[in-house]
Design a protein around this ligand. Structure first.
Ligand SMILES: [Zn+2]
Ligand SMILES: [Zn+2]
Length: 254
């Protein structure tokens, strides 16, 4: 199993997880044109897609999911709550199949664990993907680290973890107070120090790849993240920072 974060941030998210000639796309917040450009940039052949998993209804995750589903003739997998809240944006995909929080589903070669997360959406889930003994955790758009998350995201080979904002930059940033409160609140986004604290509380002895994701371009910088990320990356693991503008190269887990 290997993965590539194609885009990450409030202007659009997409991550590929591939094993052999089968792949899942997690979220589809880019335009179709941009998505194809990024597929090409990482040398991905979309014929390998077996489905599109939508984590929640926010536009940076769902924007072109239905259009991509029709284009590539693959179903969308999401929760009932996300489908209801997405409305027209998830209308008429090639097929729609429901995921249930805290259940495990087999999709092709992947075992997909849907993990309900605290975020201001109807039924938002993040995912742990298992394949060939390797475990990849995807965790963004989460307002707080709960004991449930610490249990579900233990013992991973790869982790894509939200480092959304720096608390000081958020406090003095350009957002109105209500938006600031939402982002920094318990159903908003994970700040740098919350993500760093999660890494400290959750040792990952077999981790091979750690990727910081969903950075705000207004209230965070890669330098702020790197200063916290590098010292908390387990020995033997590689770390990287995903961004909005270019895909990260494939990272192999098994
Ligand atoms: Zn988001
Ligand atoms: Zn969101």
């Amino acid at each position: 199993m290997r993965f590539s974060v194609l885009a990450s941030g409030s202007a659009g998210n997409a991550t590929l997880v591939e094993r052999g000639d089968q792949a899942l796309l997690f979220d589809c917040g880019l335009s179709l044109r941009e998505l194809e450009r990024r597929f090409a940039a990482v040398d991905f052949e979309p014929r390998a897609l077996i489905g599109i998993v939508v984590t929640h209804e926010h536009d940076d995750h769902v924007a072109s999911a239905a259009a991509a589903s029709r284009r590539y003739r693959v179903p969308v997998f999401t929760t009932h709550g996300t489908e209801a809240a997405a409305g027209a944006r998830l209308a008429a995909p090639f097929g729609l199949e429901y995921l249930v929080p805290d259940r495990c589903d087999r999709l092709g070669p992947f075992d997909l664990h849907a993990v309900l997360v605290p975020h201001d959406a109807r039924e938002p889930c993040q995912f742990v993907v298992e394949c060939d003994e390797a475990r990849l955790g995807l965790l963004t758009d989460v307002g707080q680290v709960t004991p449930h998350l610490l249990r579900e995201y233990a013992d991973l080979d790869g982790l894509v973890l939200e480092f959304n904002h720096d608390a000081d930059l958020l406090a003095c940033g350009p957002y109105p107070p209500s938006l600031r409160a939402r982002i920094g609140g318990p159903y908003g986004h994970l700040g740098n120090h919350q993500a760093a604290a999660m890494l400290e509380r959750l040792p990952q002895p077999r981790l091979r790849h750690l990727v910081a994701a969903h950075l705000s371009e207004k209230t965070n910088t890669p330098e702020h993240v790197a200063a916290l990320l590098a010292p908390r990356t387990p020995p033997g693991a590689a770390c990287a920072i995903a961004n909005q503008h270019a895909p990260l190269p494939w990272r192999a887990l098994a």
